[in-house]
Design a binder for this molecule. Structure first.
Ligand SMILES: [Zn+2]
Ligand SMILES: [Zn+2]
Ligand SMILES: [Zn+2]
Length: 369
């Protein structure tokens, strides 16, 4: 691989395999040879879900639930309306009950929804949690041929903040040694979650370009009732034998696996088989869903402000870091200065020009130009 080895802090693996020739920096020193930590799912600290600035949706929902997980009463709904007025919350299109435990507030703009999400005072006063759905804010991609020496944390650092990576997870292969001990070996495949609704086509790891493919989530199959769509932990059905479909565990089954019957399609295979046409259909469904996530080459380091904003003050500071915002503001100010020969400068004319400039800029972005 490109690049020379600057430091060799890692001990050689016990089985004598050569350590891959990759660039190591001092920032990796804390990772030593501790595999469990190295391959632990890496989540960017301080990340809180928010709507991307360049999102093209026409409405943005924020869910509210009680911090104590209790149901909403009429009194609660009144209190929410009251607090919205008290805190001058802007951009609300409507409020609606989602279920007994959940209320949805729909906003007109991503920024208004994000400001509300960070309004800790209002939320704490009402004892509420605010959240937004992952599907509107995050997208997962898969990288292949990633050197197994790279820790998840290191991969996140290499891709960098330009891509707004929020999670890195290397796929691990479960292997059983002859002694029966189970261990997990790293594969060269890594799933990366981005804070965006669109996947970048490529990312770079130390100047090496890696294509980003859609992440296809595995088909959930319950190992208790063998049905799709949930896992045994949440199963409310009776146990079903994966070999004969009777109501016992496959471990006590006396049927010859050659005569296996699938509970889902009735075919001559065990119910967990990957050859099951029903299961294949579910896998295809997941692929279609994943491909619906669009790629974007518009995605760049200026697309979003920093992720770790907790309140309105940081939101404002971050706005000033947004090129889009600052350029538009600069354009508006330039217009005001150029206009002053013909028009008097007063608060009304300044406000008008600001509004006009921001309207024009945002509508041209929304048209995809
Ligand atoms: Zn089940
Ligand atoms: Zn059986
Ligand atoms: Zn089947």
């Amino acid at each position: 691989m490109g690049g020379s080895v600057k430091k060799r802090k890692k001990a050689e693996p016990p089985d004598g395999r050569a350590v891959r020739d990759i660039m190591e920096t001092s920032s990796e020193s804390d990772e030593s040879a501790d595999n469990s930590k190295k391959y632990q799912v890496f989540k960017v600290p301080g990340y809180s879900r928010k709507y991307p600035e360049n999102s093209k949706k026409t409405e943005y929902i924020v869910f509210l639930s009680h911090q104590t997980e209790r149901q909403f009463t009429d009194k609660d709904r009144l209190a929410i309306s009251h607090a919205i007025r008290k805190y001058c919350v802007t951009g609300i299109l409507h409020l609606k009950s989602i279920n007994k435990y959940k209320i949805g507030i729909t906003f007109d703009l991503s920024n208004n929804a994000n400001v509300f999400l960070q309004n800790k005072k209002l939320l704490d006063e009402l004892g509420l949690n605010a959240s937004i759905p992952a599907v509107d804010t995050e997208v997962a991609g898969v990288l292949t041929s990633v050197p197994t020496d790279l820790s998840n944390k290191r991969i996140s650092a290499l891709i960098g903040s330009s891509r707004n990576v929020i999670q890195v997870r290397r796929f691990m292969r479960r292997v059983q040694s002859e002694g029966g001990a189970i261990k997990y070996d790293p594969t060269q495949t890594v799933a990366v979650t981005f804070a965006s609704t669109e996947l970048p086509q490529y990312v770079y790891l130390d100047s090496w370009r890696h294509k980003v493919s859609c992440y296809v989530p595995p088909v959930k199959q319950c190992l208790q009732c063998m049905k799709f769509g949930h896992i045994a932990k949440y199963c409310k059905n009776e146990v079903v034998c994966s070999i004969c479909t009777d109501k016992h565990s496959f471990k006590t089954c006396k049927e010859d696996p050659k005569n296996a019957k699938c509970i889902n399609c009735g075919g001559n295979h065990v119910s967990i088989s990957n050859t099951c046409p029903q299961k294949k259909m579910k896998i295809e469904e997941n692929k279609v869903k994943s491909r619906a996530a669009k790629y974007s080459d518009l995605f760049n380091e200026h697309s979003f402000p920093k992720l770790t904003q907790k309140n309105i003050e940081t939101q404002i500071i971050n706005l000033t870091k947004s090129d889009f915002f600052m350029n538009t503001l600069t354009n508006a100010i330039t217009k005001i200065i150029l206009n002053q020969k013909d028009n008097p400068i007063n608060s009304t004319s300044i406000k008008e020009i600001l509004q006009q400039t921001f309207c024009a800029s945002t509508s041209s972005t929304n048209n995809g130009s």
